[in-house]
Design a protein around this ligand. Structure first.
Ligand code: PBG
Length: 327
């Protein structure tokens, strides 16, 4: 068998102009969302050792960070609260406090940086004395006891001004109860970003350091998905779509791009991808050692998400990437 030598794919790669117009996928700052950790205090920023460049921020500094994100063209900020143990209990009571840290943070950002989407985490873990996303009884995570707690949390966040609530807990049926509760309170325009396909991943380690939210007992395998499974993802997507999700999230990112690209074929909903803490930490650690180029590897990771079908990417490197994209 002979191949005709006149077929030369390299012709289309010869110059920068050719490469630019041949590019199949684009990455823009507006595809990005910055996840951020908020804590009590003033002018306070606490480094997270396993996530270089990321800090827990008091509300005043969080607002500055949000302003920076908006000015760079980043679309949104995904908020997570850091609470001290005295505010944690088995029912996540603090999560509905209208004057609690999280609700104040939402209001402050919407007041000062109104154009930035505020995406709020709905799950019990930052507020839970058990460190689980759902209500725990005798070591078990009780699905249906958790649902009204999540619904109330979502409504409290909507009241504070959240644009999108993002249940990350993986309880069955939560998108439906959250939609119903939001609508009943008149929040028909608040969207739901469902962490729909969320795996029980070891890549969440640094995030749990950041929030001090690791499970105090057991693991999350009875609610988050088995990394070995893909068909199960399609069931989750089907259900969350039927329950009224506005965005479908696949998480973590890079080890699950096969799942993402198949979910892209399955749903017409926008897909969000989460480039999670452990993925970010790997980039930072390897580049600190001088083994990889952080900037180039970050952009390459993010374009990979876009190629796999993600519309929106949550990444701790959002501001770095947005700056790089300006040049
Ligand atoms: C918990 C939650 C987690 C993340 C987002 N929301 C951790 C977990 O499920 O244990 C992980 C994000 C990251 O690792 O960057 N509701």
């Amino acid at each position: 068998m002979t191949y005709p030598i006149d077929i030369r794919p390299r012709r289309n790669r010869r110059t920068a102009a050719l490469r630019a117009c041949m590019q199949e996928t684009q990455l823009h700052a507006h595809n990005l969302v910055l996840p951020a950790f908020v804590m009590e205090g003033e002018h306070t920023a606490v480094d997270i050792p396993s996530m270089p460049g990321c800090q827990r921020l008091s509300i005043d500094l969080l607002v500055q960070k949000a302003r920076e994100a908006a000015d760079l063209g980043v679309s949104g900020i995904a908020l997570f609260p850091y609470l001290t143990d005295d505010l944690k209990d088995s029912c996540a009571k603090e999560s509905v406090n209208p004057d609690g840290l999280f609700q104040r943070a939402i209001r402050a950002i919407k007041q000062n940086v109104p154009e930035l989407l505020v995406i709020t985490d709905v799950a019990m873990d930052p507020y839970s004395s058990d460190g689980h996303d759902g209500f725990v009884e005798d070591g078990e995570i009780i699905n249906d006891t958790t649902l009204p707690i999540l619904a109330a949390m979502a409504v409290a966040q909507a009241k504070a001004g959240a644009d999108i609530v993002a249940p990350s807990d993986m309880m069955d049926g939560r998108v439906a109860v959250i939609r119903e509760a939001l609508d009943a309170d008149g929040f028909t325009t608040v969207g739901i970003c469902s962490y729909c396909v969320k795996y029980a991943s070891a890549f969440y380690g640094p995030f749990r350091d950041a929030l001090d939210s690791a499970p105090r007992g057991g693991d999350k395998k009875t609610y988050q998905m088995d990394p070995a499974n893909k068909r199960e993802a399609f069931r989750e997507v089907e259900l969350d779509e039927a329950e009224g999700a506005d965005w479908i999230m696949v998480k973590p990112g890079l080890p699950y791009l096969d799942v993402m690209s198949q979910v892209r074929e399955q749903t017409a909903l926008p897909i969000a991808a989460y480039h999670v803490s452990g993925e970010y930490a790997m980039l930072c650690a390897a580049s600190e050692k001088g083994w990889i180029d952080y900037d180039a590897c970050l952009l390459e990771s993010l374009i990979g998400f876009r190629r796999a079908g993600a519309d929106i990417i949550f990444t701790y490197g959002a501001l770095d990437a947005a700056r790089l994209l300006q040049n």
